[in-house]
Design a protein around this ligand. Structure first.
Ligand SMILES: Nc1nc2c(ncn2[C@@H]2O[C@H](COP(=O)(O)OP(=O)(O)OP(=O)(O)O)[C@@H](O)[C@H]2O)c(=O)[nH]1
Ligand SMILES: [Mg+2]
Length: 343
């Protein structure tokens, strides 16, 4: 008979006592959490979190063989359409329920119908079969209760999957009214798939899918500054001609408008936004020298009206009007993408 190795109930990693810097480490069998989860839960110590990237292909392989409905969480403040590519390639034979999380962080003007339009647009031309879509916030009891009821009515087990940090473990804790799973503001908190009892069935927590994001190259403190953890307060700017938006020391976006147009910036309150006209280069060389020698990447020369320029993990700029060009200066251009406007 196969013996099941005991696992840490916080992150799902099998317990081990040989390497303190590896997942699942504990020194005594009576310790209920691994050292990493213990330090996270009790001291908010995230030092051990960032070194634990997980192979996406392995997670997908494991998810594929679990029978049940796939609930995909989409972080509303960090929606990356590349998630749908991953799902479409690897999990298109599963029935999918989409759950948009962190509703509380977006302006109240985002209506359910806007979200459903976004879903329809994003799913166009894909094989994924979406059964239903919900919007939740773990801070809004009613939205969690509504989803719980729908999941209870769903036949069979439920697999909760999505990007790193989308709020999967937080949502399972809220649905099961427990604090069992470890939650943190950093990516890769959950390390292995784990089944949680839920109304006579199983809810599976899974490690998040990883796609590059601009917070990764930063220290834990810096990343915390740029991450969106409080309700967004969008800033709208009217621009004519050329304007460069310099976001902290991360990125410079040069936007050329042909007419009077608007740019709305959705980033953390703690991310400084500096606007500059033709003197942007001089500003960058004095204040953000690390971007001085970074080559500029042209994102688009037309067709950007009604689009968001997304800086993965950091936020987005929403463009409305008529534009001639949008270009970005950032350490890694793959952190930046264009999508249809979320709001
Ligand atoms: N404001 C807000 N924050 C949320 C919500 N849900 C989750 N969070 C926060 O998002 C961060 C990530 O939450 P987790 O539950 O650890 O995310 P995860 O998807 O399990 O992450 P991994 O295990 O790393 O893949 C934490 O800081 C949570 O407090 C929400 O509805 N609203
Ligand atoms: Mg998790």
């Amino acid at each position: 008979m196969e013996t099941v190795k005991p696992c840490c109930p916080g992150c799902g990693a099998p317990f081990q006592s040989s390497s303190a810097d590896q997942p699942g480490y504990r020194t005594r069998e009576d310790q209920s959490l691994c050292q990493r989860c213990f330090r996270l839960k009790h001291y908010g110590d995230t030092r051990l979190v960032r070194d634990s990237a997980i192979e996406l292909t392995q997670v997908l392989r494991e998810i594929r063989v679990i029978e049940g409905t796939l609930v995909v969480l989409i972080d509303l403040v960090n929606f990356d359409p590349r998630l749908l590519d991953v799902l479409d390639d690897s999990l298109h034979d599963k029935e999918v329920v989409l759950v948009f999380t962190k509703r509380d962080l977006l302006p109240k003007t985002l209506s359910v119908s806007k979200i459903s339009r976004l879903v329809q647009r994003s799913l166009k031309g894909r094989r994924l079969r979406v059964l239903d879509a919900f919007t939740v916030s773990v801070r809004d009891r009613e939205s969690v209760d509504f989803l719980r009821q729908r999941l209870v009515e769903t036949e069979g087990d439920i697999i909760i999957a999505g990007m790193v940090n989308a709020g999967k473990s937080s949502l399972i804790n809220a649905l099961t009214r427990s604090q069992q799973l470890t939650v943190s503001s950093h990516a890769h908190t959950t390390l292995a798939i784990q089944a949680i009892p839920f109304d006579g069935k199983r809810l599976y927590d899974t490690p998040g899918f990883h796609v590059v994001n601009a917070l990764e190259g930063l220290s834990v403190e810096e990343a915390a500054r740029y991450a969106i953890t409080a309700p967004l307060k969008p800033q709208t700017y009217q621009i004519t001609g050329e304007q460069t938006f310099i976001l902290g020391d991360l990125a410079a976006l040069r936007i050329i408008a042909t007419d009077s147009s608007s740019v709305t910036v959705y980033v953390s309150d703690e991310c400084p936004i500096h606007r500059s006209g033709p003197r942007a280069k001089a500003y960058i060389s004095t204040h953000v020298p690390q971007l001085t020698n970074v080559p500029e990447t042209v994102l688009a020369t037309d067709g950007v009206d009604g689009m968001d320029v997304v800086i993965a993990g950091v936020g987005w700029l929403s463009l409305k009007g008529s534009f001639e060009a949008v270009a970005v200066t950032i350490a890694q251009p793959e952190w930046v993408s264009l999508r249809k406007a979320l709001l």
